[in-house]
Write a protein that binds this ligand. Structure first.
Ligand SMILES: [Zn+2]
Ligand SMILES: [Zn+2]
Length: 388
């Protein structure tokens, strides 16, 4: 409704009070819409953080789901996107999860939520209009005071201030009872206008939970292992201490190959660091056992030797052997020949093994932690006993 239209409507016996009331309602529409979508985005974020399996843990858990999803879809270019641009890939994965969730739950979950939030705001606005009249009466104030009180009461819920009504005359507004009546009468129409526009499942990206979830999962360390490209799992960006990851990948996945040949490497970082092999960095050779000497990012990684070479990546190189060879212009030959028994691994086995290994590693870490605590306790007891 335009201001002209409002003026015509009240032309006969029009009062500036009524016009003022209608303009307030029109201006509130956008603020209500924004607030409702924002609040719903926050609610949805919390909901997805507990209901979606991929989003109910930390980034390591999310990565587990991404690897599972990639294996299920067997799409090579999606894999390379994840390997080369992990942060962007994770962001896109989160947005896709949000889209899926919105489509699946829009009518029975999101729509009722949006409507409930609209109704709550409706009540808040009506209450603020009424209480502001009392405030004006107690203080013998004018329309300026009414507006101040009204916008202040809404400031926690809406982005709406006196500035939004600058230029709207209200010097001769003095019938506050009429003002409240107009607002009470107009509000339901405004609210149902907003409700009827909620048909679409495609919520404006600004008001979807994507950003909140991406902030939650992506503000962490993204440094990749210089050999295999696995991402450090530390949850703090620019953290102190070394980068580390429980599971390294096969170095060939990251394009590693034997010098002077075109043969891929098929070593896992966690086993190659105790081998007699060497690698070249900036034209210089370094033994893997002293990989930190290569400086730079090498010096900042802690690669624990273990036998956690996952069948997942063995399955991956078997499944995408030709694609990897074409992509990197190298081949799985010579020292990089894929062992026959690797071809027996299935992706289901790879996914399952990764999960059981993770549990084992977690238990080992717990045991080590308990042992450390016990040693510290014994030491401090000894120290206490030896005090004079
Ligand atoms: Zn690695
Ligand atoms: Zn790190």
């Amino acid at each position: 409704m335009s201001t002209d239209h409002i003026f015509q409507k009240y032309c006969r016996g029009a009062t500036s009070t009524a016009i003022f009331g209608e303009i307030i309602c029109q201006k509130l529409k956008e603020a209500v819409e924004q607030s409702v979508y924002k609040k719903t985005a926050r609610d949805l974020t919390d909901e997805m953080r507990s209901n979606c399996e991929s989003l109910n843990g930390n980034r390591s858990n999310l990565e587990k789901h991404i690897l599972k999803f990639l294996a299920e879809n067997e799409n090579f270019s999606a894999y390379m996107d994840y390997i080369n641009y992990p942060r962007d890939h994770v962001k896109d994965f989160i947005s896709d999860e949000v889209s899926r969730y919105i489509t699946d739950t829009f009518s029975h979950n999101i729509l009722p939520k949006l409507k409930e939030n609209i109704e709550l705001l409706h009540q808040t606005i009506a209450k603020a209009a009424h209480e502001s009249i009392e405030h004006v009466q107690v203080n013998s104030g004018d329309a300026g005071l009414w507006l101040k009180s009204f916008t202040q009461q809404l400031s926690d819920e809406l982005i709406f201030s006196e500035k939004d009504l600058s230029g709207v005359k209200h010097d001769d507004v003095d019938d506050f009872k009429l003002l409240e009546d107009v607002i009470r009468k107009e509000l339901p129409d405004i609210m149902s206008d907003i409700s009827s526009e909620l048909k679409t499942e495609k919520l404006d990206p600004k008001f979807r939970p994507d950003e909140l979830l991406i902030d939650h999962f992506c503000q962490c360390c993204w440094v990749q292992c210089p050999f295999c490209g696995a991402i450090c799992t530390n949850t703090i960006e620019n953290h102190d201490g070394d980068h580390s990851v429980p599971f390294h990948r096969l170095d060939g996945v990251n394009g590693y190959y034997y010098d002077d040949t075109k043969h891929f490497g098929i070593d896992f970082c966690s086993s190659v660091v105790v081998s007699k092999k060497s690698f070249k960095s900036s034209g210089q050779w370094f033994p893997y056992t002293e990989y930190r000497r290569a400086g730079g990012v090498y010096a900042k990684w802690s690669i624990t030797p273990d036998l956690s070479d996952l069948p997942y990546w063995k399955w991956f190189v078997c499944r995408f052997q030709r694609d990897l060879e074409k992509y990197y212009g190298k081949s799985f030959q010579g020292k990089g020949e894929i062992p026959e028994y690797w071809t027996k691994y299935t992706k289901e086995h790879g996914i399952k093994k990764r999960e059981t290994m993770k549990k084992i590693l977690k238990q080992q870490n717990l045991k080590q932690q308990r042992l450390r605590e016990q040693i510290m306790k014994t030491l401090s007891m000894k120290r206490a006993n030896s005090l004079p």
